[in-house]
Design a protein around this ligand. Sequence first.
Ligand SMILES: CC(C)(COP(=O)(O)OP(=O)(O)OC[C@H]1O[C@@H](n2cnc3c(N)ncnc32)[C@H](O)[C@@H]1OP(=O)(O)O)[C@@H](O)C(=O)NCCC(=O)NCCS
Length: 187
Amino acid sequence: MTVLAGPGPRRTGAGESRIRRGSADDLEAMERFLAELSPESLYLRFLTGMSSGSLPGLAKHLLTPSALGGSLLAVRGDVVIGHAMWAPIPDTHSAAGVAATVEIAVVVADASQGHGVGSRLVDELAVCVARLGTQNVQAVISAENHVVRRMITSRVGDAHYVRDGLLLTITAGVGAIAVTQPAYGAA
Ligand SMILES: CC(C)(COP(=O)(O)OP(=O)(O)OC[C@H]1O[C@@H](n2cnc3c(N)ncnc32)[C@H](O)[C@@H]1OP(=O)(O)O)[C@@H](O)C(=O)NCCC(=O)NCCS
């Protein structure tokens, strides 16, 4: 798998933003971010119908998925405009406590989509995952999600695709990740 990081810090078309690690301190901003996502973005991210009532507790998990997982936020001032995370898949934990496979996911605020925020998050995510000592990265997406499929195919040359109905599971080895340019300093 070859993951090419982006060309250094970029500005979005909708004002300055930066990428940084997420933490439990970001709970309120993360809850606001989730509450403002459209039903379409919520569905594409979580692959199930969700309403605002589904959200309590979710923000905390997304910020701090586990001891081995982590999150990145795209922020503009105090406002979260994007989130990416990695989390070990429990069944694949090795005896050494390092997950063989981590799942990754990303979502960008509707008003900020199409301005490069998702690309920046994914590039930084690649840097974080490459440092984990894990073997594989996996993403489960809607097979109809052409935007994220395009983002993956432009970065990953030899991913393994498994289609199950409406879902597509994409797995790629971490060992071949090549981050060719400095990322954004969030890791
Ligand atoms: C997928 C998602 C994270 C992409 O973030 P984004 O900030 O909109 O993406 P970017 O602006 O960085 O664009 C990434 C690529 O998709 C293309 N793209 C973005 N929006 C597009 C659209 N509506 N139609 C077609 N192409 C689009 C861009 O041109 C770019 O292509 P390039 O890399 O060849 O230049 C965002 O659309 C989103 O949050 N979607 C809902 C949740 C989701 O689908 N998550 C993924 C599953 S976990």
